[in-house]
Write a new protein. Sequence first.
Length: 185
Amino acid sequence: MLNDIDRILITREQIAQRVQALAQEIAGTYPDPNRGLTLVTILSGSIIFLADLIRYLPIRMKIGLVAVSSYQGATTVGSEPKLLDQLHINVAGEHVLIIDDILDTGRTLRLVQQQMWSLGPASVRTCVLLHKSGKAVCDVKADFVGFEIEDAFVVGYGLDFDDHYRNFPHIGVLKPELYERQGSG
Ligand code: 5GP
Ligand code: MG
């Protein structure tokens, strides 16, 4: 696995520190710990981020999972993302915080945001671990951002290429020859 990584962008120690600080920011935004928050997590890249983040959030919460069509073996998106699996919990009147691994063009977050607003929540905010600056094609901003990163394809800490490398503990850039050979787009 390590042989496939070109360079490490963010170490596991840096991630751990930032996730803790991010949780404090989030907790400060929802000052009543008993009001309740629903974390709507976009599968599968956000699972490790979610698992770490929630253990620093001492507030009453529910977790919902949604699936959005992904790159499927390619490192660029050709078409609009689609919702593959809907939320199975009720968020009407609730505060919703959408959790995603990375904000790139913004299409994924826009889709999930629209979907959440249609369910009548009290509020919808967004939190991403990573933000690729300058790539946005739609006007979507995350309320909470872990790290700004360069425009490179990254894996690790939950993020995959072709469903691999999610268990790599740091965030790293894959060797370009790997996805140039395998990727379809
Ligand atoms: P967007 O819809 O904002 O263009 O893309 C967001 C989604 O694309 C993320 O949820 C993530 O699944 C995927 N994505 C975007 N950039 C990367 C990347 O560098 N590495 C990986 N593994 N996934 C990415
Ligand atoms: Mg994703």
